[in-house]
Design a protein around this ligand. Sequence first.
Ligand code: 3NM
Length: 224
Amino acid sequence: MRTSAIKDLKQQLSLYFVAGTMNCDSPEAFERILLQAIQGGVTAFQFREKGAKSLRGEKRLEIANRAKQICREHGVLFIVNDDLELMKSVDADGLHVGQKDGDLKTIREATKGKILGVSAHTLAEAEDAVSKGADYIGVGPIYQTASKEDAEEPVGVARIKEFLMNHINLPLVGIGGITIKNVSEVILAGADGAAVISALSGVDSPEEASRKMSKIIQSAKRDV
Ligand code: 3NM
């Protein structure tokens, strides 16, 4: 990626909402929450329809298309989690994969021209993602999270600093247990953005939460 594209992506990943219908009471609630979160200031969205209660088949495709539509209408990046076929079917902006989601080289080839995000918990994983052509890295879990069953042990913001000290120059997004209370710490440690599930999907007003979080992120970015 060109330097200017990396800079743009760093800004576009500032407040990265991650969710699927399982994180909401219903598919209708999912759409409402996504729209409200976007109105509050979300800059990127990851469709993560995963786990026992996730939608499959036609319904999955339908809701992914609607989510993409909402994102497109508001200029929000639309990324699909770990489902290459779905990413292609809805013509998403990119794909996000974890360490167990397949061979990164093959995935990179299959996502040419799209944004590829990779979750990394250790420096070795981050270096591997860089060498295989990832466009951004998700670092986590920063704090304890209840939203991912197989989450690793929290790595803290020290992991973000470690990546930066070791010249990982790709956009870095912290994930895992990030809330309005601790998000500034994540940005001040050097992350370009914060990715959240429950901080926006599990609150009374996703719009208000998103507005507050977005303000904190932008202000912390000015202080880095
Ligand atoms: N990935 P919440 S932690 C989807 O460490 C996900 O890679 C993680 O949810 C990782 O904001 C996580 O509710 C869950 O803690 C994030």
